[in-house]
Design a protein around this ligand. Structure first.
Ligand SMILES: Cc1ncc(COP(=O)(O)O)c(C=O)c1O
Length: 404
């Protein structure tokens, strides 16, 4: 890695997101090569980190993109992803988003309900075209992950059940304006066990066999994203075993495997550098107040997610437990709880690890806090890839109607 975080903090200020783009490329290549021997398309899940330079890093590797809004589709295109490698997913696409996606000639729209299928058909009819679609099937498999990032059970809002999917495929096959080319499932995120994905892949591959038997010509087998990463001491799914399980599931079928990794590609290539502002005690409880907050990195507050935090300077003194908290007026505003740190003082720098996925993309302006600067490092050079927001940026769209 060899990134000089202290120098970057000095030059660009804190809080600061730093991305190791070389690491991200390495992750892409590892996954892509695991699928060797099969037709495959890796579509980076833009929601994980949608900075244009990050997307462009994957575009240069030949990646496609998995997008969940027309904004993400436009980002992907702007960053150099080819339209025929873009998938548009999500449970709530508006008519105008569907229209724009069809006009942009993306690979396929991933449909998540019967009503949506009819909407896509109607919009395609208006445009006088055939819309390439896939259907997100909910295989009702427990992914054994955090409930907030579990998506493949019937109790989750995503996709349709198998019987409904079959009806929708038959409807689409008979429609003049729909071309059902793909099938999709995504059972959850931060998956660390192979069995649930392998089981879901088998279930969906069987469905493809029955669809092929009735001449529904599915070509793309989209297994979603979800590969887990190490935040703490997780034991991960081996990428080759993951790819092999999918190849096994579709044995004998002429399909292109599509996968949509987000976290796997970017999480451990990202860091959040933050500066200590104060230390305080409330009774026996120690708090370290830093300049990054839940508006910069929401995952600890939202999911009680663990992020390793490293002190960038060696400090003398006995370690004791402290909560690393931000300046936001919420008790839920913390980056870590009860971690060991030596006594810290104003100006000390902390490095929050594994912050490349669902970090900046979930950032907000809560408490009128400008979003952090983002820096991308590649082959020994670090550049600003998104400048720090200013107060003026924050209020640019507001209008003040002063009463006399
Ligand atoms: C449909 C779909 N594909 C891909 C992803 C990316 O997931 P991950 O970052 O866990 O790989 C998500 C995440 O929510 C998703 O919903």
């Amino acid at each position: 890695m060899g990134i000089d975080f202290k120098r970057l903090a000095k030059e660009f200020g804190t809080p600061l997101y730093v991305y190791d783009l070389d690491y991200m490329k390495k992750q892409y290549r590892e996954l892509k090569s695991a699928f060797e021997g099969a037709k495959s398309l890796v579509c980076y899940a833009v929601k994980a980190n949608s900075n244009l330079s990050v997307i462009n890093t994957f575009a240069n590797e030949g990646s496609g993109a998995d997008c969940v809004s027309i904004g993400e589709v436009k980002r992907a295109l702007l960053a150099g992803i080819k339209p025929y490698k873009i998938i548009f997913s999500g449970v709530g696409k508006s008519d105008s988003e569907i229209k724009e996606a069809l006009e942009l000639k993306i690979l396929m729209i991933n449909v998540e309900s019967e009503e949506e299928l009819k909407r896509v058909e109607a919009v395609a009819k208006e445009l006088g075209i055939e819309a390439r679609i896939s259907i997100r099937v909910n295989p009702n498999v427990d992914p054994k992950t955090h409930p907030y990032i579990s998506t493949g059970l019937h109790e989750n809002k995503f996709g349709v059940d198998i019987n409904m999917a079959k009806r929708m495929y038959i409807y689409a096959k008979n429609s003049q304006n729909l071309d059902p080319v793909g099938i999709h499932f995504h059972i959850g995120s931060q998956l660390t066990q192979l069995e649930p994905i392998a089981e879901a892949a088998e279930i969906i591959a069987d469905l493809v066999r029955s669809l092929h038997a009735i001449n529904v010509d599915i070509k793309f087998f989209d297994v979603g994203g979800g590969l887990g990463v190490v935040y703490d001491d997780e034991v991960l799914i081996n990428t080759q075993e993951y790819a092999n399980a999918i190849k096994r599931a579709i044995k004998g079928l002429d399909l292109t495997i599509v996968c949509e990794p987000g976290r796997f590609l970017v999480a451990n290539g990202g860091y959040l550098v933050t500066k200590v502002l104060y230390e305080k005690r409330n009774g026996n409880k120690r708090f370290t107040i830093v300049d990054a907050a839940m508006n910069d990195l929401l995952r600890p507050s939202l999911y009680k997610a663990y992020h390793k935090i490293e002190l960038l300077d060696k400090k003398e003194g006995e370690e004791s437990k402290t909560d690393i908290v931000g300046p936001i007026c919420e008790s839920g505003d913390f980056l870590a709880k009860d971690i060991n740190m030596p006594p810290l003082s104003s100006g000390d720098l902390l490095l929050v690890h594994s912050a490349g996925a669902y970090g900046f993309t979930m950032a907000s302006n809560y408490n009128t806090r400008p979003r952090a600067c983002e820096v991308g490092c590649e082959e020994g050079e670090c550049r600003v890839i998104r400048k720090r927001e200013s107060f003026e940026d924050l209020i640019a769209n507001e209008r003040l109607y002063l009463k006399a």
